[in-house]
Design a protein around this ligand. Structure first.
Ligand SMILES: [Zn+2]
Length: 315
């Protein structure tokens, strides 16, 4: 089942993702098998990398459209989550697996990302809450370890590098596990989309996405929301001629009609199809109104998504 770097696009041996999205607040199971092809371009190839890294993952559905991935690394007996939208469903999933939560890796301060921090800390007193440095109005509840760009966070034998990816919020961070490789991107990079710009700014958001885009193609990307179907609909407006995107949109529709998750994804697929990572592609620049500057192209596309109004063509 070993895959060489760069093989994932064509591998006939790919793991299947079995995601059972039952009802709201139920959890989705990721299970690897060796039977189906990776042509969907979503979680199937990602599962191989996770399995090879010895990671078991439960993708818990929380609130209306949040995901909380729970990662269990049996070899070093650690269990960590990206963010805590709500304590109850996360605690229930942990209990069912018999796992003890050891780390909470927070990406930013929004309630649907930190809402379960204090409850989970009460239930698991040994847990370490990791978050960005406090800044005006963006505090992480119960934070034990404040981190910034370049810091390393140890989760058992696994090591994550902290990337500052402000834009959605000013102090948003992401976690990159180089050995997997895997990135926890919160509300910065989504499958086929990106987060809205709230307390950060557009220029920083584009730079942050550029930082994520520089990671290897085979990086498994976990984001925090299931927005992919709407993102795909928007992406084809930006790049109607992108054949890879068309195929991906169909795959997304198949997955969602089967109530399967489109998270995680692989960064290589995002680079090929996500309009918010493609500011230097001529078709995207054209769609942005004939702009060329990376931040300006990104800003035009993001505002288009926000307002529903396409950029006016430049004379
Ligand atoms: Zn947010």
């Amino acid at each position: 089942m070993a895959m060489r770097r760069g093989d994932w696009r064509h591998s006939a041996v790919a793991a299947a993702i079995t995601a059972r999205a039952l009802t709201q607040r139920s959890h989705v199971l990721l299970r690897a098998s060796s039977t189906s092809a990776s042509s969907e371009g979503m979680g199937s190839s990602a599962c191989v990398a996770l399995q090879n890294a010895g990671l078991e993952v439960e993708l818990v559905q929380c609130l209306s459209d949040n995901y909380c991935p729970i990662f269990h690394h049996a070899a070093s007996n650690v269990t960590f989550v990206m963010d805590t939208p709500e304590a109850s469903s996360i605690a229930a999933a942990l209990k069912k697996k018999g796992w003890t939560l050891t780390h909470i890796l927070n990406t930013h301060y929004h309630d649907d990302h930190v809402g379960g921090n204090m409850d989970l800390k009460a239930q698991f007193p040994g847990v370490q809450i990791v978050g960005h440095r406090s800044s005006e109005g963006e505090a992480i509840p119960g934070v034990d370890l404040e981190v910034c760009e370049g810091d390393e966070v140890q989760c058992g034998a696994l090591r994550a590098r902290v990337l500052e990816v402000g834009g959605h919020t000013a102090s948003h961070i992401a976690y990159f596990f180089e050995e997997v490789p895997m990135a926890l991107t919160g509300d910065c990079l989504f499958t086929l989309g990106c987060g809205r710009v709230f307390t950060g700014d557009f220029v920083r958001m584009q730079a942050s996405l550029g930082k994520l885009r520089a990671l290897p193609d085979e990086t498994v990307v976990f984001c925090s929301h299931e927005y992919t179907a709407a993102n795909a609909d928007f992406a084809v407006k930006v790049e109607p001629q992108n054949v890879a995107l068309q195929a991906r949109r169909e795959a997304v529709q198949r997955l969602r009609s089967a109530r399967q998750a489109t998270v995680p994804t692989l960064l290589g697929y995002e680079k090929a199809t996500n309009p918010f990572l493609r500011w230097d592609v001529p078709a995207v620049q054209q769609a942005a109104g004939g702009l060329a500057d990376a931040a300006q192209v990104f800003t035009a596309i993001r505002r288009w998504k926000d307002t529903g109004n396409p950029p006016a063509a430049r004379l």
